[in-house]
Design a binder for this molecule. Sequence first.
Ligand SMILES: Cc1cc2nc3c(=O)[nH]c(=O)nc-3n(C[C@H](O)[C@H](O)[C@H](O)COP(=O)(O)O)c2cc1C
Length: 222
Amino acid sequence: MTKPEFIPYKHTRHASDDEMLNRSKTFYDIMNTRRTIRQFSDQVVPRKIVEHCLMTAGTAPSGANQQPWKFVVVSDSKAKAQIRASAEKEEQEFYSHRASDEWLDSISHLGTNASKPFLETAPILIVVFEEKYGLDEVGNKSKRYYPTESVGLATGLLITALHHAGLASLTHTPSPMAFLNNVLDVPINYKPFLILVAGHPAPDMTVPNIKRKTLSEIAEFR
Ligand SMILES: Cc1cc2nc3c(=O)[nH]c(=O)nc-3n(C[C@H](O)[C@H](O)[C@H](O)COP(=O)(O)O)c2cc1C
């Protein structure tokens, strides 16, 4: 057992109610312009920007502070081509056999299919892995607590940080994703969580005309 140690915490974001009202509305306005895009330009993204966004992701809360996430940033064209080829193979299976009619029906409004050119066009693919269990050099396993919830939170922060910085993203989950461990040589205790495709939108691209639920549909005040 580790003895707890405490340090002072300065809540530097403290502000008046008016200022917080202003901040919360401004931030909502920024985030309400986020959309998942599926057509990317090949414009390069400076690495430092991605680093800051990943550092933001790394500030997420996590079960027992185990920070069970790993982000592999892929910009190498050969690696991207390999990921595209493997993902399209799985997606081909998904769209033609694996997905139920109900599933296909629920994504039909997105106009997606097995073709994933963005996996090569976009400047970066951030492959998010979830550490399912710890694994030391001699093969001893250790438990992770709430790794899925924790990685989901970190990924949300990453998407938010990318959007806030001015980049667009696509949450991509080719099904199944085990090929990512092989292609990226990542140990098996890390399970692929999703691929976050990031970069700038292609000129004149379009997005599905979807609606977000209203506040009263998603929240209750009791
Ligand atoms: C867990 C998860 C998996 C997703 N997987 C895919 C995917 O494989 N391909 C895709 O085109 N979009 C995928 N999406 C994006 C959703 O379709 C998109 O978020 C949704 O339609 C809402 O659109 P918006 O992000 O523009 O608000 C995924 C989103 C989430 C949260």
